[in-house]
Design a protein around this ligand. Sequence first.
Ligand code: ZN
Length: 325
Amino acid sequence: MLDEFQSSQKIAYQMLKNSGTKQAFSHAYLIDANHYPRKLEFAMGLAKFILCPYHYSNNKQCNMCSQCQRIDDGNFTELKIISPDGSWIKKEQLEELQKQFSTKAIESKNKVYIINDAEKMNVSASNSILKFLEEPEPGIIAILITDNMYQLLDTIISRCQVISLSKINSKELSNSSSITSVEKIGFFLAKTGKDYQSFVQNDEIKEQIDSVIQFVQELESNGKQVILKENKLWTSHFRDKEQNDFGLEIMLLFYKDMINQKIGLPIEFMDDYKEILKQLAESNTMKQICQKIETLIELKKHLRVNANNNLLIDQLILSFQEVGV
Ligand SMILES: [Zn+2]
């Protein structure tokens, strides 16, 4: 729903709402997303705004008609979403789209296609979409999304109405349940200089985070026994100094969220692991959680000055064992 973005994306929202009320949609939008993690949701909100016959017709948001429902279920035939197939968006994907869109819209007045990560169109895909944009057919509306607008052909940019999104603020980030833990952690680490985009797109990161959480769970329930799984859950994922530091950082964020859980504040990072978090927040006292956080901070410091990190995890296991659960 576009309305969800009323306060977080004020300018973009107002602009689109105005064209909606006048029923004067542009034939192509380029969402300059600024690494906004909810960019696809925003584009879907816009698509729904364009496609739903009842949106704002009586100045109320719809979201209930059969069009809206089928858009949510992903089986509305007059909305197509194209994402990179591997590293690139290929010409064939766009040709397929053009073929499907060559017939007149039956289910609604318009047809909409969304191209996510549009900068990943290869040269022939770019040329193919350009032709589509140059000769706009009435009733077909394009929504292109990109974080790197200047990687697109100028000729593509000039044929679109550009909608720039604001960067996400921390309040929206912690309140939004549709943002994954990886995105939240990525956003947090981006402040320390990490590249957000390559972070959230790296498949290994999700595995590493899952592994840390499993490790914590084992450590908390079986104590020293976790040594038996140390290789599988830790050493094989965190091989060098930098990766070990990252593993400890994840663990630190998890324990900080345990405090949030305990005192009834919103979870900041670990929404995806809510159940485990809840369970461990109950079995630990506040003092124990704080002591564990101190241990983690100490170990991170230690890691920075000490070249040998072989003993790091053993030390961590023993310290946690002393604190107990
Ligand atoms: Zn509707």
